[in-house]
Design a protein around this ligand. Sequence first.
Ligand code: ZN
Length: 162
Amino acid sequence: MAQLPFMLDPRTGLILPLDDEHFMRHALREAEQAFKADEVPVGAVVVCNGQIIGRAHNLTERLNDVTAHAEMQSITSAAGHLGGKYLKDCTLYVTLEPCVMCAGALHWAQMGRIVFGAFDEKAGYRRLGARSLHPRTQVVGGILEAECADLMKAFFRKKRSL
Ligand code: ZN
């Protein structure tokens, strides 16, 4: 059996699983909360040294604020947790490919790594601003893609049937 990917916690020296699907499930749980609150179901978590230090979901309806995307909320919460604004050693897990606004915010935060679930062919940063991310940010897309996309489809199906 292949060894699972892992990382060493720089503080404790312990071996931590580096499991993108595991953390994406936490982001999906956030997205499900958004769904229940009648928000476009996008969720995000920020992970540092194997620990979730920020979690959020889309709040644009509740806050009446078009900038309240899950990524923006989770950047703010992670920076608050760390007491520093740069997130170079962190990974953002988000259920949908970030938009250009969030890609810009992730640039300013110097996010080390971004893992997203579903691709957004219409409003995703790859189509509209592929160079908006920080040049050092690593990106992985398509983790639990089907589950992330299904939640979005279910949401818009529900909206259309109302
Ligand atoms: Zn966004």
